[in-house]
Design a protein around this ligand. Structure first.
Ligand code: GLY
Ligand code: MN
Ligand code: MN
Length: 426
């Protein structure tokens, strides 16, 4: 077993504090396509399994018995590779004991409580309350990234930078969103990616205001905003980066101001990513910074702090500041153990509520958008009649939006931007 995995398992065993309880973590199995062919959706082992097994073996189970002798506490059970799998997929055996031995392993421990994480295995009964408690503890313990994970994130960030460099070259009036996606993803693979970390987002012109827009054959026009949100994945670890460009390279004064407001707010938010700082405070401070930008652009009227308390900022910044990233694009976001969701409406879009700690990797991704479904809503127009210059909003309603996103490592000192190699000025 690799040293990093041995150390990781030891650390997790200490964090879970199991005594008599058994921990089982299932990788899961591929889902067949509904039309009953021999095809499946792409297989991703459950993140909890990938983390504790160090592989993505289909049908694998990691089993942990806290009472076993130290060198036998963790066991990998893996299915035997069939002849068909060798012939059709070239599948190779994964290190571990055969799955056929697992029922006996479990029978020898009959009567002990079972926490089943990852993908549940049919036929294994487990305790739901225990499962929730152990899952929360594991999620929290996974938040700080170890050296092996940071190395993979470094490679994912480098591959992502290669892709964004290629995409930036491809953005010009007359190209399509799809062409930009092709150059971007080709760059990811040339830069060492195993796959994309999530479905690539490319939105040009008004499409840039759709938060997760799938690229189309729309032709990019001179002066369009082009928003790209994408990430390369290496060994299950993904980067998650957004840049917003202006096609043809000559932003209008309004575009320059909008982009500048987001960029300045993003830089300030990154600087606040320090150990001990509450994520929701960083989010709210960023909302105030973005609101200042909108006030100076004549879109909002009033005092920024008060506008954020009234939630006026959410007309233009309707999502949270970011999330944890690494083993998957959302990774171990959520609540600090013992916390309940914060009832403040302006915080309901946050993907996490916790204080940052050293070794956490978070995305910082503020944005300002002109989103017609929000801005055309008569109830919002009435509610915010005084603090929004609606005539000015209507003038710019089709400009789209700007988001800028980097992946930030919290350290003992200054935050480290893992994706700093990707230019973000227009
Ligand atoms: N890539 C989706 C997100 O930024 O969260
Ligand atoms: Mn993103
Ligand atoms: Mn993100």
């Amino acid at each position: 077993m690799d040293d990093f995995l041995r150390a990781r398992r030891e650390r997790i065993a200490g964090a879970l504090k199991l005594r008599d309880e058994l921990l089982l973590v299932g990788a899961g199995s591929p889902l067949p396509l509904p039309e009953n062919s021999d095809q499946t959706y792409p297989f991703f082992a459950h993140a909890e399994y990938a983390y504790l097994a160090g592989n993505e073996c289909i049908g694998g189970i990691v089993a942990f018995d806290p009472k076993a002798p130290v060198d036998g506490r963790w066991v990998n059970f893996v299915p035997e590779v069939t002849e068909d799998e060798r012939i059709w997929e070239g599948r190779q055996p994964t290190e571990g004991r055969f799955r056929s031995e697992f029922p006996n392993w479990l029978a020898l421990r009959r009567g002990r409580p079972v926490a089943m994480l990852g993908c549940p295995e049919p036929g294994i009964s487990f305790d739901e309350g225990l499962r929730a408690r152990v899952r929360n503890a594991l999620t929290h313990a996974r938040r700080g990234k170890d050296g092996h994970e940071l190395a993979l994130l470094g490679r994912a960030s480098a591959a992502t930078a290669t892709g964004f460099a290629a995409a930036a070259e491809a953005i010009r009036p007359g190209a399509t969103e799809r062409q930009v996606q092709i150059e971007l993803e080709t760059g990811f693979f040339r830069g060492g990616a195993d796959r994309t970390g999530f479905s690539t987002i490319v939105g040009a012109g008004p499409h840039s205001s759709v938060l997760h827009f799938s690229p189309t054959s729309r032709i990019i026009a001179q002066g369009d905003f082009v928003l790209i949100d994408a990430g390369a994945q290496v060994g299950r670890y993904t980067a998650d980066v957004t840049r917003t460009y202006v096609a043809g390279g000559a932003p209008s004064p309004f575009q320059r101001d909008l982009h500048g407001a987001v960029l300045s707010a993003q830089r300030q938010a990154i600087a606040r990513c320090r150990s001990g700082r509450e994520w929701k405070d960083i989010h709210l401070a960023c909302a105030v910074d973005l609101t200042e930008g909108l006030i100076s652009m004549g879109i909002l009227r009033g005092k920024a702090q008060s506008l954020v308390e009234q939630e006026a900022h959410a007309l233009f910044f309707p999502h949270g500041l970011g999330h944890m990233v690494g083993l998957g694009v959302r990774d171990a976001s959520g609540l600090q153990p013992g916390r309940k969701p914060d009832p403040r409406p302006s915080l309901r879009t946050l993907r996490m509520d916790l204080p940052l700690e050293q070794h956490y990797v978070v995305t910082v991704e503020p944005g300002l958008y002109f989103i017609p479904p929000l801005l055309d809503d008569p109830r919002r127009r009435t509610r915010f009649a005084d603090c929004v210059d609606w005539a000015r909003v209507d003038q710019f309603k089709h400009v789209g939006g700007v988001r800028i996103e980097d992946d930030v490592l919290v350290t003992a000192g200054d935050p480290e931007v893992l994706t700093a190699g990707i230019p973000k000025e227009v």
